[in-house]
Design a protein around this ligand. Sequence first.
Ligand code: UD1
Length: 372
Amino acid sequence: APVMCIVGARPNFMKMAPILRALAHHQPPIPALLVHTGQHYDTDMSKKLFVDLGLPTPDINLEVGSGSHAVQTAEVMKRFEPALDEHKPSCVLVVGDVNSTLACTLVAVKKDIPVAHVEAGLRSYDRKMPEEINRLLTDQVADRLYTTERSALANLVREGIAEERVVFAGNVMIDSLEASRPHARTPADTLASHQLDPALIKHPKGYGVVTLHRPSNVDDAETLRSLLTVLDTVSKDLPLVFAMHPRTRSNIERFGLKDMLDPSRVAVLPPQGYLEMLGLMGGATLVLTDSGGLQEETTALGVPCLTLRENTERPITVEQGTNTMVGLDREAILRGVAEILAGQGKRGRVPEYWDGHTAERIAADLYQWLGA
Ligand code: UD1
């Protein structure tokens, strides 16, 4: 019986691509079916990433689309159940912390189908974050938990999860990063393909990359306004490339903040493909973000990252990597930028098992575990 592999939203795709390859290359091969819940559906958010990452066309697309958390989660559950009944998988493999991760986990465990969770045990300890709820609940009921950093085991044990269920496998995102690095697109090409002048990023200090999409940062008008004010200030010293999530774009329009960023200093782009993003980050002087994935990718690339959040579920990126939590405080952000521009940014080192071979370790363990 196949392993049913679930993806729903952008950050899932880079995690699943190397896992599918490792399942296929395992000796003997482990059969797999790819399910896309359709949580992310735009070409920018989904289709282009599939191509960039070499993900196969999904075997099953549940096409759930957007909705409130309840509607989206419920819709995935309703549509996933018949697919599960039809294919009777040996196991359901979920990654990350999006609504699709939790929804498919709940459906599977109640049907007594084992669930493996990749990127288990990360905790921000901030339950206002929807992903934190997804992480907590998924880990509580999943059967096999693959972790990216050693702190995750302590988090899981604290929640009463048996240590035998947990395997430290490393960071599968870095498998994708290593595989794609040679194919990264140059930042100048990326700008030019959006009719933007590449001269904008040919600044003596280089350029910064910005992404913002967390509801806590972009759904409130005053918070978003003050973040845009800081970005405008930063852009006077360092040109910025802002790859804008659809949620952020629509809020900027809705709140009437469109004119706050000067196009001669801030290049606003739609959500980027994987190879574009890799090129942009790799060439950047710094990254300003509220993303989970970018905190890890910048650590792997050795590029200083300032995270616009109060907490992180990925502490190793701060302890060993290039990440600094600056929160939303204007002075803290500007100080962080100034330090990096003065050449005092963190250099960091690449954490244990972020070596490009995590998916192989997961496939090997999965084979043993399912056979047992
Ligand atoms: C989701 C994940 C988050 C992840 C992020 C990356 C959850 C709880 N959150 O948040 O962990 O970091 O994806 O992008 O699962 N939209 C589009 N096109 C799309 C997808 C969404 O325009 O292809 C719009 C939706 O209409 C909605 C907004 O973007 O207004 C948010 O989409 P949603 O999938 O609900 O959550 P994200 O904020 O993307």
